[in-house]
Design a protein around this ligand. Structure first.
Ligand code: IPE
Ligand code: IPE
Ligand code: MG
Length: 250
């Protein structure tokens, strides 16, 4: 069986009634992908952006409603300045290059994290993409940029504290939904499936609250090599799992 056939047969095996509503992905392994080829790390990030493009198209076809893609963490500022600059430049390039096509395909771009701390050009490109696609009703692509799960929780706590101080909220009235509604992902269902490529088995500060009952799928495949066949494998695996949420599903 050729590669195309394997991919096609996997896709045909998918239960279209049980496609995850929200898919989250930690786009990791770009650097290793480039190093393996003797290329600069930036080439890996470029190839990684291409993989995201493919993922968005395939997910839209399958009926996934939300993708959250971890593109830059609050810890990624620790990298050499040159790499951070390249990542930001690539973001701008990606957004402007993809915008027309994504807009035509009804994709709605959003950002989660603290994009206000990004360099001005990146902020602008992001604001343009969000503004231009805000009325679209197709797949929502949340770009997690300068995102940190702990920072998200700290900010939520600060806002809750301010509301208490202002007399608008009683501590005893804080329930799970109150916290949820103060996160960057307010109004978005928790991810059903989280994909972590590149052989890493950790959460790296991603969606700490939201991932309470998310199914994890890990693969040694490096993010730039992650294609339709891998997504089909992940989804098939996901569809075979029993989600119990602490219950017994009897
Ligand atoms: C993910 O790839 C991209 C970002 C974190 C921005 P990496 O750059 O972390 O790639 P590796 O882990 O070094 O291979
Ligand atoms: C996670 O990857 C962040 C993104 C993919 C944006 P990292 O490469 O930063 O994660 P660690 O450092 O290996 O945990
Ligand atoms: Mg990495």
């Amino acid at each position: 069986m050729g590669k195309g056939e394997t991919e096609q047969s996997l896709i045909e095996m998918l239960d279209r009634e049980r496609i995850p509503v929200h898919l989250a992905v930690i786009m990791d392994g770009n650097g290793r992908w480039a190093e393996k080829r003797g290329l600069p790390r930036a080439a890996g990030h470029r190839a990684g952006a291409e993989a995201l493009r493919e993922l968005v198209h395939f997910c839209a076809e399958l009926g996934v409603k939300y993708i959250t893609a971890y593109a830059f963490s609050t810890e990624n500022w620790k990298r050499p300045r040159a790499e951070v600059d390249q990542l930001m430049a690539l973001l701008v390039e990606y957004l402007y290059r993809e915008l027309d096509e994504m807009d035509q395909q009804d994709v709605c771009f959003r950002a989660i994290g603290n994009p206000e701390d990004l360099p001005p050009e990146a902020r602008q490109a992001l604001a343009d993409a969000v503004q231009r696609t805000r009325g679209n009703s197709g797949i929502v692509v949340n770009l997690a940029l300068n995102y940190g799960g702990r920072r998200e929780l700290v900010e939520a706590m600060r806002r809750l504290g301010a509301e208490i101080k202002a007399g608008r909220l009683e501590p005893a009235d804080i329930v799970e939904n109150t916290v949820q509604s103060h996160l960057y992902t307010a109004g978005i269902p928790d991810p059903d499936l989280l994909i972590r490529p590149a052989g890493e088995h950790r959460i790296s500060n991603f969606m700490l609250w939201q991932a309470a009952y998310t199914e994890f799928w890990m693969t040694p495949v490096l993010w730039p090599d992650f294609g339709r066949v891998h997504l089909a494998q992940a989804l098939l695996d996901f569809q075979r799992r029993e989600r119990r949420y602490g219950g017994l599903n009897v």
